[in-house]
Each structure stands twice: as C-alpha cells, then as structure tokens.
Design a binder for this molecule. Sequence first.
Ligand SMILES: C[S@@+](CC[C@H](N)C(=O)[O-])C[C@H]1O[C@@H](n2cnc3c(N)ncnc32)[C@H](O)[C@@H]1O
Length: 232
Amino acid sequence: MSKSKNVWEEFFADKKCGGHRSSAEEFLSKEAREKLYHLNGGKTLLDFGCGAGELLVYYAKEYEKLAGADFSASMLEEARKRALERKCENITLILADDKTIWDKVDSSFDRITAAGVIQYLTYEEIDNFIANASRHLNKGGKIVFFDILDPRLYPLWKMGLFSRKTGLWNILLKTGYEICATASAVLKNRPKDILGYSHNPLKIEKIANKHGFDMEYVQSMYYEYKYHAILS
Ligand SMILES: C[S@@+](CC[C@H](N)C(=O)[O-])C[C@H]1O[C@@H](n2cnc3c(N)ncnc32)[C@H](O)[C@@H]1O
C-alpha cells in the first residue's frame, strides 16, 4: 500500500454513501443483521468510519449508547440526517480520523467496530488503531473489522470469476479494463475506486496477537471477496 491517507480523506470529502452493494433499505437491514450477529451483544459501541450511518442506525436499535466517527464531514451530515429521521437519540457523531478519535471519546466501549474502513489504513496504522482501541475497550469487549478486502479472492472477483458471465472473453475484457483503470489512477495519483487496498488476514492476525487478542476469520456473507476479523 503506497498511497497516503490524505488521498482517501480527499476522496471521501464530498461522498454521501458507503458504497454498499445496494443502497435499498431491505439490503442494508440484512447486512446490518449479519454484522449484529458477529458483534454479538454489548451495550455500548463505537462505529469507526461510520460514513452515512447506513449500518449505524440499525446498530442503534440494539445498543444503549453509540458513537459514530468519520473524517468526512459530508458523510457525517448524511449520518446526522439519517439518525434524526429514525429518531436514534442514542447516537453521538464525531468528526475525527484514526489518530484524533481517541482524544475525542469520553468513555470506553463494549464493541469497537469498523465496516469497510481498514482498507484505507496501512498495516502500521492498523497496528496503532488496535493499540489505541484496546485502551478504550471494556473488559470482555471485542474489536470487529468488517469487510476487509481479501488479497486472495479480490483479484478473482475483479476478473469476473464470481459473476454469471464467466466466459474467456469477459474475463479478458475485465482484466484489460482493470489494467487500464489502475494505470490511469497511478498516473493521476488518485484512488482507482472506493474499495481501497487488500490486507492479508494472517498479517492482521499477527498484529491482533501482538496486542493480546485472538482473531477469528469469517467470510463476509454479502461480499464474496471480503472477510471479517473478530478480535476478542
Ligand atoms: C466505504 S465507507 C463505509 C462507511 C460505513 N462504515 C458503512 O459501512 O456504511 C468508508 C468510510 O470510512 C471513512 N474513513 C476512511 N478512512 C478513515 C480514517 N482514517 N478516519 C476516519 N474515517 C475514515 C470514510 O470517510 C468513509 O465514510
């Protein structure tokens, strides 16, 4: 991973949704249900990189007190509107990044989670994030990173091997398109798309172990090329 975080801060500066496979409420509620299953209880939760609150508002039904943090003001504004519409009075929204968040929270949490976020952090930043998060985690708490790009499955998905049209011609077309899009993004020094970078689960596990956590690796239910890392 070579791009600095500022590139991502710029990328998300005017974004208004989290890039879910579908933005239909029916889909988001199913996705949130899967995530709530893995979060598995607790009363207080920090959703780091909460974006437009598309999952946070569903978490709010199951937790007493929640904080949503994000470095994108436009995303947080969408989250504010969504929380207001659904009368989620138990959510506090915080404008912060992975470094500043820890000085802005005034309590610790039973669950600290991030969905589709750590792909914008380097391994070193993930290491620091886990170190800081562990200091803000209540006894018996969990850190849950959802939907991390799996470096083994992501290229296959990009080539179209998980899609219905898997003919050789389609695979060549998709691969050619990817090569052009990557070259163009590198030349413009801009991210190619919203997906970010992949992280090897074994490396994430090593970092988790270093901080005293066991890590469970779980395949994502709705994104076949992503996985969840559950640290407890
Ligand atoms: C793909 S979106 C996912 C949003 C949300 N978790 C969801 O699932 O709907 C990623 C979000 O992470 C935020 N983000 C990325 N890197 C961040 C960082 N270092 N600090 C704070 N927020 C970050 C982005 O602004 C964006 O809102």
